[in-house]
Design a protein around this ligand. Structure first.
Ligand code: FES
Length: 502
């Protein structure tokens, strides 16, 4: 079986030996501290440095190796959700969404050209299609919404289209690239005295104020402003209650057939896949992303990889899967990301709720927040303002999400029968009771047992085992931890506590 990679593996072979940065080992003082060295954080740093500000980027791992590295490298203006945005928010909002997303895509194209970034950037069409009659209506609604804003679509089935279709939209002039190579080179273009980048520096606390403080284990950064560019803000924020959190599973397999470069989105009711090709010095790959499931909610996460495997075998005649990985998706209650000044805070900015689209929305977020900080007018900023209140557009999803959190708190702590340590097989993780406390116990492939606290340090929900990724995932707001309890991603600041094993 192919190896599971945490992030960025399919993009990584093109970047070995590239730049790295020292951890934060002391104090630093800057105009803006940016938490997160993915596309959002590095793009924000780029814009702010170019406007004369001094910034620090604090990255828990390596630049680009988080959510950016686990993306599929597709860049597109349409999202498949335009008809929902149109019905919930109206034409003016949809027009701003399109404007900001188009600007973001062109920003990336311009930087690739400016720095001659060798990241396989190329223009491709975006296809959105259904193969079954009953699913065609959804495609037709999206087509109407795209056209309502004056974007051009091609509605006939293109000759040689590699899938049977009942309805298809084609939008020309979208793009694909290697996101890891792009972000690393963009970071390298600004790294220096006015942009200090700290890798392997996990933020342990953030204090909003005048100034703000960003703490790591080794040092403290004092900053006039702080941007949370970590996919979801770290700490406790109202937006956490406004988003559902999902895992999405992806594979890269050897490509055995001819497939024109393009972004292919299959949107049947029971089969939703994002499909693209990618070629590097090691060969040609088919990259396929499956539909999502809620983080910490699925009992057997291996079925997601198995489902993609079955699909690509039947359609593309390949079983040769080289890479498998997964990514987090924060889905906002009213279908618009939260970008801008954090409610109830003074100098803190957040950028989250990008759904499966962190490359374009992340770049747009960086552009908007840079404009807000430097006092430039940005017509899209009001649309994404985290302080917006849209009860009609978000009430149902917000209620459901909060109900989910309460249900997990009650069910996980009160109702569920804890397992016995002896029942945990290799590769499995279970919630057990030790001396009256709930513990998260897992057994690795060699049979060794690891036991950590089952209580998520964010807001106290109980973590669930993710067997495909060998991680403990929190069903409430998506914090994730390795089998040994070390923090992987999400709003929590700290690891799962080690469980006393005397
Ligand atoms: Fe919020 Fe776990 S992520 S309680």
């Amino acid at each position: 079986m192919s190896k599971y990679y945490a992030n960025g593996a399919v993009w990584g072979s093109a970047t070995s030996g590239s730049e790295s940065y020292e951890p934060l080992m002391r104090g630093d003082r800057v105009d803006v501290a940016i938490i997160g060295g993915g596309i959002t954080g590095i793009t924000a740093a780029f814009n702010l440095v170019k406007r004369g500000l001094k910034v620090a980027v604090i990255e828990a791992g390596k630049v680009g190796m988080g959510s950016t590295g686990s993306s599929t490298g597709n860049l597109y203006v349409p999202t498949g959700k335009f008809h929902t945005i149109l019905s919930k928010h109206g034409q003016k909002t949809l027009d701003e969404v399109i404007r900001s997303r188009s600007s973001a895509l062109e920003f990336i194209a311009d930087r690739v050209a400016e720095f001659s970034i060798n990241c396989s950037f190329h223009r491709v069409p975006w296809y959105y299609f259904a193969t079954k009659e009953k699913d065609a209506r959804e495609i037709d609604k999206e087509r109407d919404a795209i056209k309502s804003s004056g974007m051009e679509t091609i509605d006939n089935v293109p000759s040689g289209f590699p899938f049977p279709v009942k309805s298809v939209i084609k939008v020309e002039n979208q793009a694909q690239f290697n996101p890891l190579q792009y972000v690393k080179k963009l970071a390298a273009s600004i790294a220096g005295e006015n942009c200090r980048i700290y890798e392997n520096s996990r933020v342990t606390a953030v204090t909003d104020g005048d100034p703000c403080l960003v703490e790591t284990h080794m040092g403290v950064i004092t900053a006039g402003k702080v941007i949370h560019a970590t996919h979801t803000p770290k700490g406790i924020y109202a937006v956490h209650a406004m988003m559902e959190v999902y895992r999405e599973y992806a594979v890269a397999a050897r490509l055995n057939v001819q497939l024109e470069p393009g972004i292919y989105w299959l949107n049947d009711e029971n089969e939703k896949y994002s499909i693209r090709t990618y070629t590097n010095e090691t060969g040609s790959y088919l990259i396929v992303l499956d539909d999502k499931h809620k983080t910490g909610h699925k009992e057997d996460t291996t079925t997601s990889f198995a489902k993609i495997g079955d699909y690509i075998k039947s359609v593309f005649n390949t079983e040769d899967i080289i890479y498998r990985w997964a990514a987090q998706n924060y889905s906002p209650a009213d279908n618009l990301p939260y970008i801008g000044t954090s409610p109830l805070q003074k100098n803190t900015y957040i950028a989250t709720g990008f759904e499966a689209d962190g490359l374009v929305y992340g770049t747009a977020a960086a552009m908007i927040i840079s404009d807000i900080i430097t006092g430039r007018l940005n017509s899209s900023s009001a649309v994404y303002d985290p302080k917006r209140f849209t009860p009609a557009a978000s009430a149902k999803k917000t209620l459901k999400e909060n109900l989910d959190v309460i249900t997990h708190l009650v069910n996980d702590y009160v109702i569920k029968e804890p397992a016995k340590l002896s029942s945990i097989m290799r590769g499995e993780g279970r919630i057990v009771e030790i001396k009256g406390k709930m513990a998260a116990a897992s057994r690795d492939d060699s049979g060794n047992l690891q036991i950590v606290s089952a209580v998520c340090p964010h807001l106290g929900c109980q973590v669930h085992w993710n067997i495909a990724e060998k991680s403990w995932d929190c069903p409430c707001h998506g914090s994730r931890f390795a089998a040994d309890g070390s923090f992987l991603e999400g709003p929590a600041f700290s690891d799962l506590e080690k469980f006393p094993q005397e």
